[in-house]
Design a protein around this ligand. Structure first.
Ligand code: ATP
Ligand code: MG
Length: 557
């Protein structure tokens, strides 16, 4: 048993176990370090839940830290949305909400320390020159002519940089490491640049800003982060990360660990692409339910529990792969199926008239809210002479094995009676406009009637008391069967990604539905009240997911 638990630990947990066993750290601290330049997406959710989950499992701390060292793209709108998303996911950072920009003083001091150690120098080469001097994967780089400036001169020039004496790009501070290193990141990387820009937090206090590779390890070290988890593209930057914490001289250096990014098939996750869809008006904002930003998933009706389940199923790995969107759908179905009521809504209505049912009679039938979970209780569903059923539940000339309504056939109206189709009407175009039935009062659901059986059960909504709602159906926004991109580099959009159905009759019990409430619509899937576009008297439902899926959980070995 013991052995099995050890084996089932992911590679990050194994590293942590070893570090704790060897006494490298007493307790662990992780962080989620978003750059506030967009909304978070499902990939970030994986990182958040991974970092938070580890802290929780080991009784450690989890920090939320904005990596806001880059003053150009950052917006407070993004800061607010990120905080809301992290909280919604349940990743509790308690009072540990940090901003990297609050450490600018310490970063400056760290840079001065490196200069004093002879480990950093001010360089006057232009960006292009620096690139040209850097060398390639097969050729070593060339040393900057400014590399051997004296410590005094470097201190003075760096201070001048800070004091605004140079134009953007005129001078940079570089780490003095090794221009011949096989790792290009180690070839005297730039660690500070001049940028005369206002920062959302520090205003105009600074006109020099630290580069990511220098700032990030310092941020981690200041906060006492022990395991700094990031994605694979930073693997080659790890030697620089280690160099910075070592040379600046932190006592308990944090450790960088990389894992593979989460990618989903048929959906766009990159901030850049989502931004493009938003800016071009192709979607209705960052929270358009077709996107997989966390805000969009929440609006669509996904729950934090379903996202946690998804992330757990994906697991943690070092190799890049793409996960089927169907797995995310599987998780929300699993989460909602026992929790949420199953009610009747007709998305493509056609009138059904019960000829032998009293004209003005209304009956209130007792129907279970969730067949699989009796704890949810019952609801009253009004029944009357005129109903709506779904157009696809009637056929004039049915194929074999069609058990729903057709002339002469008898079916059960869900939770109500058997009805038999006696006639129907069509318009000039040949569309069925009205179906006539007779009902058998003996066959009421729950009455114990056993006289005869029918093969089909169809759902319905009583016409008179029906509430009318708008329903939105979604498909993937990218048609991946044809490739994510067109030849001209534009995204290959699926023209059918959104279908809007107006005036759909639904049970009156929906009247109490609130934003973010979700329901199973019989046979149609799970739907959620749209929090942005719904009004009390005009509900809009987004389909979260249909009921059927081709996705199967892989069998446990
Ligand atoms: P994007 O590439 O989508 O714009 P990003 O990496 O620029 O995302 P950051 O705000 O810099 O976004 O990332 C915050 C954290 O989230 C980082 O630790 C990053 O590694 C992690 N992260 C970003 N995308 C994913 C993903 N697809 N899967 C897992 N973790 C991710
Ligand atoms: Mg980024």
């Amino acid at each position: 048993m013991e052995e099995k638990t050890a084996v089932s630990r992911n590679f990050i947990e194994q590293i942590i176990d070893t570090d704790l066993a060897e006494g490298k750290y007493e307790t662990i601290c992780t962080r989620f370090p978003p750059e506030p330049n967009g909304y978070l997406h499902i990939g970030h959710a994986k990182s958040i839940l991974l970092n938070y989950g580890l802290a929780k499992k080991y009784g450690g701390r989890f920090n939320l830290r904005f990596d806001d060292t880059n003053p150009t793209k950052e917006k407070t709108e993004f800061v607010d949305s990120i905080i809301a998303d992290v909280k919604w996911l349940g990743a509790d950072f308690e009072d540990r909400l940090f901003f990297a920009s609050n450490y600018f003083d310490q970063m400056y001091e760290a840079a001065v320390k490196l200069i004093k150690k002879g480990k950093a120098f001010v360089c006057d080469l232009s960006a292009e020159e620096i690139r040209a001097y850097r060398g390639t994967l097969t050729e070593p780089g060339k040393e900057s002519p400014y590399r051997n400036r004296s410590i005094e001169e470097n201190l003075e020039l760096f201070e001048n940089m800070k004091n605004g004496m140079y134009e953007d790009g005129a001078k940079v501070l570089r780490a003095k490491i090794d221009m011949a290193s096989p790792n290009i990141n180690m070839r005297d990387p730039v660690i500070y640049r001049v940028a005369h820009m206002s920062h959302h937090n520090t205003g105009d206090k600074w006109c020099i800003y630290p580069m990511y590779d220098f700032a990030h390890p310092i941020e981690d070290a200041i906060e006492g982060v022990t395991h700094s988890i990031c994605t694979l593209e930073f693997e080659d930057h790890r030697p620089l990360y280690d160099w910075v914490v070592r040379e600046v001289g932190y006592e308990h250096p944090p450790k960088q660990i990389e894992f593979a990014k989460l990618y989903l098939t048929n959906v766009v996750t990159g901030k850049r692409y989502i931004k493009k869809l938003v800016e071009e008006g192709i979607v209705d904002g960052w929270d358009d339910p077709r996107l997989v930003s966390i805000a969009a998933l929440r609006r669509r009706g996904f729950t934090p529990e379903s996202i946690q389940m998804f992330v757990d199923l994906c697991g943690i790995s070092k190799s890049q792969s793409s996960v089927d969107y169907a797995m995310l759908e599987y998780c929300i179905r699993e989460d909602l199926k026992m929790k949420r009521p199953r009610m009747m809504a007709v998305l493509d209505p056609v009138k059904l008239v019960i000829d032998n049912y009293p004209e003005d009679q209304i009956e209130y039938l007792d129907v279970e809210l969730n067949l699989e979970n009796p704890d949810l209780g019952m609801r009253k569903v009004p029944f009357g002479r005129e109903l709506y059923i779904d157009r696809e539940d009637f056929m004039e000339n049915p194929p074999k094995k069609y058990f729903r309504l057709f002339p002469g056939n008898e079916v059960r109206l869900m939770g109500a009676y058997f009805v038999k189709c006696v006639s129907f009407e069509k318009d000039e175009a040949g569309n069925v406009t009205e179906i006539h039935c007779t009902y058998d009062p003996e066959t009421k659901s729950g009455s114990g009637f056993t006289g005869r059986k029918v093969k089909g059960t169809i759902h319905w909504v009583a016409a008179k008391s029906a509430l009318r709602v708008t329903v939105r159906l979604y498909e993937n926004i990218i048609d991946e069967s044809k490739g994510v991109y067109n030849e001209d580099g534009s995204l290959n959009l699926n023209p059918n990604s959104l279908t809007v159905l107006n005036n759909c009759p639904v049970e009156p019990a929906f009247a109490d539905a609130k934003p973010y409430d979700s329901f199973q619509f019989v046979r149609q899937g799970y739907f959620c009240v749209d929090a942005k576009d719904s009004r009390e008297d005009a509900l809009v439902f987004n389909r979260i997911v249909s009921l059927k899926s081709s996705f199967r959980l892989p069998k446990a070995e």
